[in-house]
Design a protein around this ligand. Structure first.
Ligand code: IVH
Length: 680
């Protein structure tokens, strides 16, 4: 392709992606499936990889793949980021208006009424229309530079364009970063399914995402930016009203609140406040009140500031909604990855118009922190329509006989032992292979390509088979042939697809020890660790019998993983399933005893730029001698090969007293072991 054609294709893709982003984040009306979006995105990325010198400044792909920072840089705000005063009721609101009227006698005053976003304030700098910097509010005077994360926010224009207005040389926009409710719920559901940490509310999730040094984390989170003000504009925009400046910002592609109003007097402001308080739950983003601003920019200037707050604006907060009730019971729910989550069953209570009867207590640590017990009186709190939580236990109402809550010893679903290694926050059921709550995940993992590789046993089959009660655990897969008739009765499953499935299952019986270990889905045991375990223990029997100490000696197995493995093989139900799997005929060739490999079991790390060979080649040479090449320095690292411009890893290795080799030393060492650099 010639250059112009590449650029025009890139521009086209950027435009389409920007349009979909706008529909998704600003209008909240996605008009394309996520998978289609991903396809277009990857198409653009592939083009950019092929033609790196043609990458366009406003490409959305720059949102991902950036380098992690080692620390945040601080910067002083040219225009300080001040805070707002608060009012909490109509009297206080009217008093706010009276103070303004006294300072501006005989002037008509209009108010701009906006949503008060519950996120994090940031400042964005655009030079000649290009986003050059994003900074947190910090203490209002000095903030942290988070450009790398801000650039990953999908609904935020990286380059300004407008059909009508001229692009200012300098524009500093103020606004709020937040996580829309739908994205927040999806993120938490995904994290829950993966057994990862969930966030208490969208604000924490947004804050946690912006505070990351690695921009890939922010890029993977559904963040959005809403603009609410202009701190600087050169040349001056010539606008005279706050409400106009919001519209002016929105024509450059900034999202502004889905509702904002201009009111002619303070009574009208109160009406709008009541109205929004009513429909707060139906908004796509979390708000904690309204912001009331004098609409005329000239009047704003006349009013000025009192200490750190503008006289021309105030936050009108919504009342926090809380109610008292009692805890009837605490159940432990088992998630798809085996995590146990305590859920308090409440005496149903109305909190801000919604009846709440269950509330999550997150984990045993939270139970201890609150010291909550069955029978306690608690206040339940809801901010917006987000997940209610127990705010406080009223000890003065506690009857004498209440007992402390402890972690159950066995899983409420399958009765396997519950385990929680030291240093972990979440307890888990150890019956991963057997537990009905974990069944779907266990089956999906078991049949996946790198595990038993049963092609064709996809989600649709699995659902039907679960429905027919033919898959209680993974061992049942190898008994499906006993139910040929039942399988044929499934809609759209003909003779041929049933036979294909049986063939795939039969073929999967011949596997490798490493793939079988991986297929068991033991927590912390990925592909690499499975390979290490197979190499170290040689037979399944030896692995099954290994104690924590023996497991810890395996390269790649840390203290916690060693405990997970031992717990897994101690859960009697897991052993039953394993016996049935082996009895069904799963087998593998005995691993070939490793030839004498001088670096067997050693962990090596490569860093910096090598001049005589690529990293890949150095890795292969090390692996040929039996070493494992890891990405980071740990106490198990045997040696670091440091090329040119080696950075933090070299420092870390030196601090930890790990042996370091230069590239030249490495080449000599390799030559001594019969490894030479192949000509490229
Ligand atoms: S205007 C001089 N407008 O509320 C301060 N702030 O309590 C001008 N906030 O840190 C702020 N939504 O992060 C303004 N529509 C809105 C807002 C808003 C949320 C936050 C802002 C600020 C805090 C002040």
């Amino acid at each position: 392709m010639d250059k112009t054609a590449v650029i025009s294709q890139m521009r086209q893709l950027i435009q389409i992606l920007a349009k979909h982003n706008h529909a998704y984040y600003v209008m909240d009306q996605p008009n394309i499936a996520d998978s289609e979006y991903d396809q277009l995105f990857h198409q653009l990325k592939a083009l950019e990889e092929q033609y790196p010198d043609l990458v366009q400044a406003d490409t959305p792909t720059l949102r991902v793949g950036g380098k992690a920072l080692s620390k945040f840089e601080s910067i002083t705000h040219t225009v300080p980021m001040l805070s707002l005063g608060n009012v909490f009721n109509q009297d206080e609101l009217f008093a706010f208006a009276r103070r303004i009227e006294e300072r501006l006698p005989n002037q008509a005053i209009q108010y701009d009424v906006e949503l008060k976003f519950d996120g994090l304030a940031i400042s964005l700098w655009y030079e000649n229309g290009v986003l050059v910097r994003g900074v947190t509010r910090g203490d209002g005077e000095t903030g942290e530079v988070i450009t790398h994360n801000v650039k990953t926010i999908r609904n935020l224009p990286k380059v300004l364009s407008s059909a009508n207005a001229e692009i200012p040389h300098l524009l500093e926009v103020r606004g709020e970063v937040l996580m829309p409710k739908a994205g927040f719920e999806k993120l938490n559901a995904e994290n829950e399914a993966k057994g990862e940490k969930t966030f208490a509310n969208p604000r924490n999730a947004a804050a946690g995402s912006l505070r990351q040094l690695d921009p890939n984390i922010a890029a993977s989170r559904p963040l959005a930016f809403y603009a609410y003000g202009i701190a600087q504009c050169e040349p001056h925009h010539g606008l005279t009203r706050m409400s106009e400046s919001l519209e002016w910002l929105s024509q450059f592609g900034f999202a502004i609140g889905e509702q904002h109003f201009v009111c002619n007097n303070i009574q009208e402001v109160q009406e709008k406040y009541d109205q929004i308080n009513q429909l707060r739950a139906s908004l796509s983003v979390e708000i904690d009140g309204m912001v009331i601003k004098v609409d005329s920019l000239k009047q704003q200037q006349q009013l000025g500031f009192l200490s750190r707050e503008p006289r021309w604006a105030t936050a009108y907060k919504f009342p926090a909604v809380a109610a008292l009730t009692t805890i009837e019971n605490i159940d432990w729910q088992v998630g798809r990855t085996g995590t146990l989550t305590p859920v308090a069953r409440l005496n149903p209570v109305a909190v801000g118009g919604v009846t709440v009867s269950n509330v999550t207590l997150h984990n045993i640590g939270e139970i201890h922190r609150l010291d909550v017990r069955i029978g306690d009186t608690v206040s339940v709190y809801r901010s917006g329509d987000v997940i209610p939580k127990v705010e406080k236990v009223w000890l003065e109402f506690r009857p004498d006989n209440l007992v402390e809550v402890t972690l159950p010893e066995s899983c409420p679903v399958c009765a396997s032992p519950v385990v929680m290694p030291e240093g972990e926050a979440l307890a888990r059921c150890s019956g991963g292979l057997y537990c009905a709550a974990q069944r779907i995940e266990a089956i999906r993992h078991f049949v996946s390509r790198k595990a038993m590789d049963i092609e064709g046993l996809g989600d649709r089959w699995v659902e039907s088979l679960l429905h027919l009660d033919l898959l209680k655990d993974v061992a049942d897969i190898y008994h499906l042939h006993e139910h040929r008739e039942k399988l044929l009765s499934i809609e759209k499953m003909g003779e041929k697809s049933v036979q294909n499935l049986f063939d795939a299952i039969e073929n999967s019986k011949k596997t490798t020890l490493a793939a079988f270990i991986y297929a068991l889905g033991i927590r912390g045991v990925g592909e690499n660790t499975s390979r290490m375990l197979a190499q170290t223990f040689q037979t399944f029997e030896a692995l099954r019998q290994a104690d924590v100490e023996a497991l810890k000696k395996t390269p790649d197995v840390g203290d916690i993983t060693a405990e997970w493995i031992a717990d897994f093989f101690q859960a009697p139900h897991n052993l039953e399933v394993i016996d049935r799997l082996l009895a069904a005929g799963i087998h593998w060739d005995a691993p070939i005893a490793p030839t004498r490999q001088p670096l067997n079991g050693e962990s090596w790390v490569i860093t910096g730029t090598l001049s005589q060979m690529g990293r890949e080649q150095a890795t292969q040479m090390l692996q040929a001698l039996g070493a494992r090449v890891s990405g980071s320095i740990s106490s198990k690292t045997k040696c670091l090969v440091a090329g040119e411009k080696a950075g933090s890893k070299l420092e870390k290795a030196e601090k930890a007293g790990v042996q370091v080799m230069s590239e030249a030393e490495f080449l000599v060492f390799m030559a001594e072991h019969g490894q030479t650099v192949a000509a490229s």
